[in-house]
Design a protein around this ligand. Structure first.
Ligand SMILES: [Zn+2]
Length: 343
């Protein structure tokens, strides 16, 4: 009898421990990602450091800010330096803080579309919008300052990078403090004498609604960083999800990164999606691929003749042959001159 009771208690305890662990494991998402569409919405413009207790993410004015995890609202209002701010409490003693939020035009001390303090929030729910309240560089300093904290009165800041593993490219501008996100809300740092890129608010708002799709194949991260560094919003798209990108989000440009077509050249589904995308008004910008035959998956690709970089001789010595005389070749003493040939 004792033995049976003991084992039941043991099993119950074991089940409780498993359920408790499942229930409490926090899994934060980037607060600028839309969980229902794409990944990689947002560029990290300033990383976590000893003097910067969060990560700065730039998308543009009014971009929806979403709860990084299920939780409860414990603060809504204005904090010195942080501006309009929302703080959520999560399982396992974690807290997230969302700062510089856009202010409610009717009550400048409250974030626009802010949730009510004390209410439960589900992951991905909109809790505010990207703005430039608090200590940022004026009208152009639009970004989200996002913190993950623990401890008494959420006094211990953690690096959000160690929780958010999905891509949040850093465009490298964070080293030169001054880009959007060049804030220091935890200190009394003054930005007034720093230079700042001249990107108008109107331009950014345009970019939100006109982001560039980047195929998430090949050197997609390098391509994303290149586009992001020109202050353009991007969204990584999967090879099996191109047409919805165009139709739902009206994305007009699709970048195919270097090597992005590798392994896709025989996919009729991928080809049909690209054709539908172009027929619907989309533009494809395709970078160099490994093989010439990779290009045939592009719309009208059968008519394209090209060498991939693996097939390209990349040689210089006697690399071309002059077949027909022309004034262009005046001064040439050889019929097979040395010319750099690439791609
Ligand atoms: Zn910040």
């Amino acid at each position: 009898m004792f033995k049976i009771v003991f084992s039941r208690v043991f099993i119950l305890l074991f089940v409780f421990i498993i359920i408790n662990n499942l229930y409490s494991a926090v899994q934060f998402q980037s607060p600028t990602d839309n969980p229902y569409t794409k990944i990689c919405d947002g560029i990290a413009t300033q990383e976590f450091s000893s003097t910067h207790k969060g990560i700065d993410i730039w998308n543009g004015l009014g971009w929806p800010i979403r709860a990084a995890e299920n939780g409860k609202v414990i603060f809504v209002g204005t904090v010195s330096g942080y501006g309009c701010t929302v703080v959520l409490e999560h399982a396992d003693g974690y807290f997230t803080r969302y700062a510089h939020l856009q202010a409610d035009p009717d009550n400048k001390t409250m974030p626009l579309d802010a949730p009510v303090s004390g209410t439960a929030i589900i992951k991905g729910q909109i809790i505010g919008h990207q703005g430039n309240t608090g200590k940022v560089k004026g009208a152009t300093g639009i970004h989200l300052h996002f913190e993950i904290r623990t401890g008494w009165e959420y006094g211990t800041a953690k690096d959000p990078r160690s929780f958010i593993t999905k891509c949040l490219p850093n465009n490298g501008k964070s080293k030169k403090r001054g880009g959007p996100g060049g804030d220091q809300p935890d200190e009394t740092y003054d930005f007034e004498d720093e230079s700042f890129p001249d990107v108008s608010t109107e331009n950014k708002t345009y970019m939100i609604n006109n982001y560039i799709g980047v195929l998430n194949e090949g050197y997609s991260l390098s391509s994303s960083i290149m586009i992001c560094s020109n202050w353009h919003a991007i969204s990584l798209v999967e090879a099996n999800n191109i047409v919805p990108l165009l139709l739902e989000d009206n994305c007009r440009i699709l970048f195919i990164p270097t090597g992005g077509l590798y392994g896709l050249s025989d996919s009729l589904f991928f080809k049909s999606q690209l054709e539908e995308y172009v027929k619907s008004g989309g533009v494809i910008v395709c970078f160099a691929q490994q093989h010439g035959y990779d290009y045939k998956v592009l719309p009208k690709g059968e008519e394209l003749g090209a060498f991939g970089w693996l097939e390209d001789m990349s040689c210089q010595n006697a690399s071309v042959h002059i077949d027909v005389d022309s004034p262009i070749f005046a001064g040439q003493t050889r019929v097979e001159p040395n010319v750099n040939v690439d791609g």
